[in-house]
Design a protein around this ligand. Structure first.
Ligand SMILES: Cc1cc2nc3c(=O)[nH]c(=O)nc-3n(C[C@H](O)[C@H](O)[C@H](O)COP(=O)(O)O)c2cc1C
Length: 199
């Protein structure tokens, strides 16, 4: 029997919107049987670095600021360079989520950046795994993946709304991502155990 998948959500949130999504990813992954830790990257401790190093999967999250991940997320990403040099995160699973005020708002750049960061670390990217919602006249903004992203979970929250204003559909989409990451991680762990591989 493989161990429970460990999933760490490494994220930044300036005003609480992305935090709502991080907690949704956490719920989805816990419901799918993972052990999950939330790590706010702007106040990361030595113990939280240890959690990241030991995780089977890392989910990156940040609001989209000026068309990319927030500066504080980039500071975190750059501080992983020694781990990059030693390939310390090689073969972990990776995934990502973002929130922005606009319906588009260049969220793709943030999700693509997360996938590149994971690739630089030789991690294996888990995409969202959903058809787009709200893309025919019969569909609505209440659909899962209503914004039609594929690389990860995306949310749009009007700039004047508090964290409570994050759309239910976007929250459900983030829960789906957490569940998918946990399930894929369990499959990989079971496969490694069956093949007698350590990583
Ligand atoms: C400095 C800054 C830059 C932003 N840039 C973008 C942007 O490029 N596209 C967009 O749609 N929204 C942009 N926004 C809006 C945020 O993405 C949005 O308010 C988001 O909900 C903030 O999430 P948070 O509460 O987790 O920080 C920006 C906000 C700030 C403060």
């Amino acid at each position: 029997m493989s161990k429970k998948p460990s999933v760490v959500i490494a994220y930044y949130s300036g005003f609480g919107h992305t935090d709502v999504l991080a907690r949704a990813v956490e719920r989805g992954a816990v419901e799918a049987g993972a052990e999950v830790s939330l790590v706010p990257v702007d106040s990361i401790s030595d113990e939280q670095w240890r959690l990241l190093d030991e995780a089977d999967a890392i989910v990156f999250g940040s609001p989209t600021y000026m068309g990319s991940a927030a500066g504080k997320f980039h500071v975190f990403a750059e501080s992983t360079s020694k781990r990059w040099a030693s390939a310390a995160w090689r073969d972990k699973l990776g995934a990502g989520f973002t929130n922005a005020a606009c319906k588009a708002g260049d969220k793709h750049s943030t999700l693509a950046y997360f996938a590149t960061l994971a690739a630089q670390h030789q991690m294996n990217w888990v995409n969202l795994g959903l058809h787009p919602g709200w893309h025919t006249s019969a569909e609505s903004e209440n659909d899962l993946n209503r914004l039609g992203y594929f690389n990860g979970a995306a949310a749009s929250t009007p700039a004047d709304l508090p964290a409570e204003g994050v759309s239910k559909a976007d929250i459900a989409t983030a829960e789906h991502l957490g569940e998918r990451v946990a399930r894929h991680t369990a499959v990989v762990l079971a496969g490694r155990a069956a093949l007698g591989l350590t990583a």
